[in-house]
Design a protein around this ligand. Sequence first.
Ligand code: 5GP
Length: 197
Amino acid sequence: MEILKERIRKEGKIKEGNVLKVDSFLNHQMDIELFSEIGKEFKRRFEGAEINKILTIEASGIGIACVAAQSFHVPVVFAKKTQTKNIAGDVHTTKVQSYTHGRIYDIIVAKEFLGEGDKVLLIDDFLANGKALEGLIDLVEKSGAELVGAGIVIEKGFQAGGDALRGRGIRLESLAIVESMDEKTGRIVFRGDAANK
Ligand code: 5GP
């Protein structure tokens, strides 16, 4: 998605630990017109697929999922992060390791909002090692719902998550795949770019 790549090239900041900061349009300030284009692109890529629910994870996924939902005309459910020791019985739960903080936390979704008969599209902002998506997939599986696929705004293709999930046969649509990024020069190369660009 060219307009997205241009924004990443222009405004993305490469931080220690292979973190790409896009706070000016995605993760802090949010460019809703861009989100709208992102939503339409997800819709185009999943055209014809039967989807009745979008599932994301708090917090960064929510805004994108909500705008995308306007193209799909389906509700959004977000998995909540919780530190509660005793999780009540009416929820599906799993553990996720945070990429940015390293720690492991529980995520939950109420059984009331995810279950048999649901055909689910996952949406998230970033894909790195795949832990967040794996957690969401686990919730879908536990609930008896059907996983249709996952839409990701930015995949870091040099990290393991994307290949591992595709290897499991999961339909993954990433709108921008970063092949490499250099903290020193600030250079970002996307999959599909000419090799010498
Ligand atoms: P994963 O679970 O795939 O390792 O990491 C994905 C999650 O970590 C995303 O939900 C996102 O919030 C966060 N994340 C991973 N890498 C980055 C990054 O380079 N930049 C930002 N802003 N968030 C990231």
